[in-house]
Each structure stands twice: as C-alpha cells, then as structure tokens.
Design a protein around this ligand. Sequence first.
Ligand SMILES: *[C@@H]1O[C@H](CO)[C@@H](O)[C@H](O)[C@H]1NC(C)=O
Ligand SMILES: *[C@@H]1O[C@H](CO)[C@@H](O)[C@H](O)[C@H]1NC(C)=O
Ligand SMILES: CC(=O)N[C@H]1CO[C@H](CO)[C@@H](O)[C@@H]1O
Length: 397
Amino acid sequence: MKFTLLFLPLLAHIVNSQQPAIFDIGTYGGKPNANIDEALLSAWKEACAATTPSTIVVPRDTYLLNQVTLVGPCKAPIELQVQGTIKAPSDYTQLPDKNGQWITINYVDHLTISGGGIFDGQGKEAWTKNDCGKNPNCVKLPLNLSFNFITNSIIHDVTTKDSKNFHVNVIGCKNVTFQHFTVSAPGDSLNTDGLHIAKSEGIYVLDSVIQTGDDCISVGDGMKELHIERVTCGPGHGISVGSLGKGATEEDVTGIYVKNCTFIGTQNGIRVKTWPSAPAKLKITDLHYEDIIMDNVENPIVIDQEYCPWNQCKLDSPSLIKISQMTVKNIKGTSASPVAVSFVCSKTVPCENVEVGDIDLAYNGNQGPITTKCTNIKPNFVGKQNPPICANAAHSS
Ligand SMILES: *[C@@H]1O[C@H](CO)[C@@H](O)[C@H](O)[C@H]1NC(C)=O
Ligand SMILES: *[C@@H]1O[C@H](CO)[C@@H](O)[C@H](O)[C@H]1NC(C)=O
Ligand SMILES: CC(=O)N[C@H]1CO[C@H](CO)[C@@H](O)[C@@H]1O
C-alpha cells in the first residue's frame, strides 16, 4: 500500500511530461567500431515519423560513419543525442558522394543535437591535400556538419573535431542556437572554419570554444540577426563577416552582434572583408562589437575592403559594398603586430556611421610603435582610445 502511494505521483509525472521515445541505434544494428550509416538512417526514419517527441541515441562508444543525409520535416520534435564518438573515414575518397558533406541535416523544425559526444572528421590526411586557396580546380573537401533549412533548433554540448573542411555550415536556417559547442582542430589545419553561417536569420552562438585553423566564425551573405556571445576563439583567424562581394547575386548582411568574446593568439580578432573588382553592390549594416578581450592577436580590429588573397583579383576598382552603422566598443588587450586597428574602406562607398569607443590595446613587440590605419572612414569617437585611432586620417586617401 505504502509502495503504491509513493510511486503513483511519479508515474503520473512521467505520463504527463511525455518522455520522448528512445531510438537507440543499437536497436537498428549499430555496433561499436563498425559503420552506422544504415543504423542511423533507419533510426532517423522511424523517429522522424513518430508523432510524439523522439530521441535518437548514439551511445557512449566509437562508431564509424561514411556519409548521411538526415531529412525532415519530422512529425514532432526530434533529438539526436550523441554520447559517444562518430568518426569519419580518414580517406575522403571513400565517401560515396564526393560532392556531398559528411553529415547533412535538412528541413527539420525543432531539432536538438546534444549528448556530450564528438563528431570526429579525421581531417589530418585531407588537410595535406587542400590547395583550394591557390587552385580553383581543387578537389572540394567535404564539410563535417551541414545544416540546411533548420528552424527553432538547438545544438548544444557536442564537439566537432578535425574536420576536413569547414566544421559546420549553416544555410537557410532560422532561430537556431549553438551553445556549449566545441570546435577543435590544430591551428595549422587548412580551411577548417569553425562555423560558417549564411542566408540565415536569428542564429545564436553562445558559451562556446572554437579552436581551429581558419575563421572561428565566418558570416556569409544574406545573414540577418546573428548573436555571438561569450565565445572564445583561438587558434584561428577570428570572427569574420565575409569575404563578401564575389558573387553577383549575394544578399545584404545586417544585425551582427559580437559580445563578451575572447580571442587568444588568433590571426585576426574582429574583421569585415570584401573583394575589390567584384560585381556585388551590397550593404553591410548594423555590426556591433562590444566587451571583447584580445590576447596577443595579430590584427585585432580589421575592415579590409581590399581583400584579395593569392592575388586572385585586381585592386584598381574598389569594392562596391557599403559598410555602415558599426560600433566597436570596449576592446581591451594586446596586439601581436604594431597595427592594432586597420580600417581600409572602399573609395567608391566609404564606411559610414562607424562609432569607436574605449579601445585599450597594447603592443608588446619590437617592430616599432603601435599604430592604426584608416582609409575612407571618419569614425565617431566616444570614451578613450589607446592608441589614438585614425590620428593620421588627414593623410589617408
Ligand atoms: C526558437 O527556438 C527555440 C528552440 O526550439 C524555441 O524554444 C523558441 O520558442 C523559438 N523561438 C521562436 C520565436 O519561435
Ligand atoms: C561581459 O563583459 C563585461 C565587460 O567586460 C563584463 O563586465 C561582464 O561581466 C561580461 N559578462 C559576462 C557574462 O561575461
Ligand atoms: C567539415 C568537414 O570537413 N567534415 C569532415 C568531417 O568528417 C568527414 C568524414 O569524411 C569529412 O569528410 C568531412 O570533411
């Protein structure tokens, strides 16, 4: 009798809170240290068809995965709980679809990815073959995790490691949060951007650590409302809007908020880059950078409208992209090069309404005094600037 009294309320609670149904990949033939492409696809198919919330579990072991595309829409919220490690083949020529990504998730509403596990791209071999910076006909390496048209979703407490190319690609998504998300790859791994986010709206990257060989977060065209808060970057190339302008059909970028972030030993801190001699006439507006710590960052604050790596373009016709409504406030720390701030704006469409306030950056090296570089920009200043910013602006073109 006592027993019943104790447990009735608990049972009622379980029924009421509608525990998600569990779809363990083991049930679908997924075994540790073996390939789980089919098991994961079968589990996804059933979980996605369920009319109540479902959770797919990849248990605390190591599994091998060649390539999967998980497609919605699903009938109810769906969670992919990765507790263990999912490993890519180290030889990327083994991938069934050479133009595809490693794990692609498309058209899902209310997706959760969680579990504390690792997506291991095993990129070490592929990085040695990546010459895409120099060779336009290079072999395109697959992305690790590709999210397309995902809405109202959260990806938290998982790690993506040693991707062969960008770690995460976010396109056409809306209201998606990455939290306690870890990206881990060596500083010398090629083209391994942490998150590349474009053509999306309402994306949040919070409380995350991104260590990689290329951009920590790169923002592509058509991005609206991106909030990056309490993210630590480094090694890597920093948080970058762009490069933009190369494609004639690119869309405007608006509402980028970077707050309470730390950059450790990165090549850049915050950066906006656009191509000269490029067709796109875009606007980049509402960029806000606040409360940021730079720890030994080579180029802490950069606008580069003459971005032209490997001499892939000509500098004679300026970028047609207009940068405006930008604030850069409370940036502290150390620069690893003497140029602490570099604002190189377009001669055709100068930067407008850029507000700079409370900069406190020191240079500890011996390549001369700390300086700033400013062309085609007249920032409004608030608070204190150390070093003085655009002090030589009268001489700039
Ligand atoms: C955004 O997504 C989260 C997570 O699914 C959800 O809780 C929230 O209600 C969504 N916000 C809006 C405005 O739909
Ligand atoms: C954000 O940065 C400000 C200024 O450095 C600091 O006062 C505040 O505590 C930080 N907030 C968080 C949540 O880290
Ligand atoms: C982003 C990325 O490159 N992901 C890698 C993750 O692992 C797969 C497995 O082949 C690699 O192919 C991907 O390149």
